[in-house]
Design a protein around this ligand. Structure first.
Ligand SMILES: [Zn+2]
Length: 162
């Protein structure tokens, strides 16, 4: 559903996790120099998201699509990214990715992830579960998603009920 893939620099860790949950294929680079990051963006066609004005200038000079974040607030930053990408999001997302490793999550039956959940009760209380096949972590619609929904409501015009 999201065609533009992203490449975030080290200052955007929290944002990276959010964008993955919303289904964006989001690479997150920590401790690499600008040149490595720019080459990676060139090679993969990913949109760079950064708070670094210097990196932004270099990217623009090379004709790379880059989004410069000016806020330290992740809601504000998400709003900017969604606006720049002209992306609409749906909650719960039809596609979602593991916030930890960026692998696509697979929707699974509660019974198949019961053993992975912190409590038996969760499998009874919720009916939408996802599993990350790479790192083996289970996700569900719970307080986590409610918080996301609340945050997204703040993203006026970016979210619709799904
Ligand atoms: Zn994972």
């Amino acid at each position: 559903m999201h065609f533009q893939r992203l490449l975030l620099d080290c200052m955007c860790g929290k944002l990276a996790r959010w964008l993955r949950l919303l289904g964006f294929d989001t690479d997150y680079y920590k401790g690499v120099d600008d040149e490595t990051l720019l080459l990676e963006a060139e090679r993969t066609g990913r949109v760079i998201v950064t708070r670094d004005q210097g990196l932004y200038n270099k990217a623009v000079k090379r004709g790379l699509k880059c989004i410069l974040l000016t806020s330290t607030d992740h809601v504000e930053n998400m709003r900017k990214v969604l606006r720049e990408l002209n992306a609409k999001i749906v909650i719960p997302p039809r596609e979602t990715r593991c916030p930890l490793c960026n692998s696509p999550l697979r929707e699974v039956d509660p019974s198949s992830v019961r053993a992975l959940l912190p409590s038996e009760d969760l499998a009874r209380r919720y009916d939408k579960f996802w599993l990350c096949e790479r790192c083996g972590k289970a996700y569900w619609i719970g307080s986590h998603w409610r918080n996301i929904k609340k945050t997204l409501r703040e993203l006026e015009g970016c979210a619709k009920e799904g």
